[in-house]
Design a protein around this ligand. Structure first.
Ligand SMILES: Cc1ncc(COP(=O)(O)O)c(C=O)c1O
Length: 385
């Protein structure tokens, strides 16, 4: 007997983020590939973690998250988006946004349900839909502006469509949805049994005075939406893997049926610390956009004399660079080559597509959530190419 299981995800390999970070380590390259800051969370937040670690907050918290954190999240949603959220029945704290996405998709998608998603697309959506027997429907957002073509969305909807997955601000392109996009989506799903997952992990990282068009601002969408966010992105703490999902009570009930058997819950001292910090430092989220905008502007200014075409990112901590003036090679080849030979790691955009994009692209994604000294070094390398 051969004990080799037939893979449930035969086309899935180790994620590109892991591959590129490992390659960056191996060649001691500057790692602007995976999306994490090279600076720490705020001191006051770290102090609160150590307080709870040292004061006996080390046992299981409630399955849906400690109530003080759910209350802090509900208060934040009220102050940022003006919505009421019941912390008892509508908020679940999860092991990062990744777990929230898994539970939301799994609670909704049944065999042969169709799920619309937009390429280039964050890499966790498609495999989770497939694991649940669903059919991912990838629609392409075309470069250079990467907008959703709502006519195409409308044409792709069938009576099997169960779910549409959005991501704004968008990884990897750094684009953001407009109020017109939200309106178009609202019209398309009106009167249909279609749910929304809105991946808003970069909700506070948005630039140039533009408002984040969260589905939270649209009651007609909110009543059918799982809204997912990540404290990792907001508080420079990606290694803590804590996020949350906000959904109407009936959807949350189904969501928690999955969550309780995936993670059950998330580390107590970190949750308690986040609850305190969010309560006392409300302005932290408000200043995050200008904090990262300064980094984006610094990074882009360093590249002004380079051969890259740069369209400044509108949100997230990623900047796409178009290298078509430098090389005609495929992006995967270029990013690996530059990691090995020039000491700078990035992420090729083609890996975020199910099918190769309609028009050829020469785009790499660089993470600018880095200290100025790291960005300066990156600028030097990139200007030398
Ligand atoms: C669009 C998007 N969604 C979800 C996640 C996962 O977030 P977390 O680390 O909180 O699981 C990421 C992380 O890079 C992301 O970019």
């Amino acid at each position: 007997m051969e004990l080799l299981p037939k893979s449930k995800l035969p086309h899935v390999e180790t994620t590109v983020f892991t591959v590129m970070s490992a390659l960056a380590d191996k060649h001691q390259a500057l790692n602007l590939s995976q999306g994490f800051p090279d600076f720490d969370p705020p001191d006051e937040l770290l102090d609160r973690v150590s307080f709870y670690l040292n004061n006996s907050y080390n046992q299981y918290p409630p399955m849906s998250g400690v109530l003080p954190l759910r209350i802090s999240i509900s208060d934040k949603l009220k102050s940022v988006y003006g919505i009421e959220t019941d912390p008892e029945r509508e908020i679940t704290v999860t092991a990062g946004a990744t777990e929230a996405l898994f539970c939301a998709i799994t609670s909704l998608v049944r065999p042969n349900d169709e799920v619309v998603m937009f390429d280039p697309c964050y890499d966790s959506y498609d495999p989770v839909v497939s694991l649940n027997g669903g059919i991912p429907k990838h629609l392409e957002m075309r470069s250079p502006d990467f907008r959703i073509d709502w006519d195409e969305v409308s044409d792709s909807i069938s009576d099997k469509t169960r779910l549409i997955i959005l991501n704004t601000p968008h990884n990897p392109t750094g684009t953001v949805l407009s109020s017109g996009d939200i309106e178009a989506l609202k019209q398309i799903v009106a009167g249909k049994d279609i749910y929304i997952i809105s991946d808003e992990v970069y909700e506070h990282i948005i630039f140039d005075g533009v408002k984040h068009e969260s589905v939270c601002r649209c009651p007609e969408l909110l009543e059918r939406s799982f809204v997912v966010s990540s404290f990792g992105k907001t508080f420079h703490a990606t290694g803590w893997k804590i996020g949350y999902c906000r959904a109407p009570a009936e959807l949350t009930r189904e969501f928690r049926k999955i969550h309780q058997f995936v993670n059950f819950t998330v580390s107590t001292p970190f949750q308690m610390a986040l609850a305190d910090y969010l309560k006392v430092n409300k302005e932290f989220c408000d200043q995050l956009g200008s904090f990262y905008q300064a980094k984006r502007d610094f990074f882009c200014s360093l590249l002004s004399k380079s051969k890259f075409h740069v369209r400044p990112s509108q949100g997230t901590y990623f900047q796409l660079l178009d290298y078509s003036n430098i090389s005609g090679e495929l992006d995967v080849t270029v990013s690996k080559d530059w990691t090995r030979n020039l000491g700078i790691a990035s992420i090729p955009i083609s890996v975020f597509y199910k099918k190769p994009p309609a028009s050829p692209q020469a785009l790499l994604r660089f993470c600018f959530a880095k200290d100025d000294a790291t960005l300066e070094k990156a600028g030097e390398i990139l200007c030398g190419i």
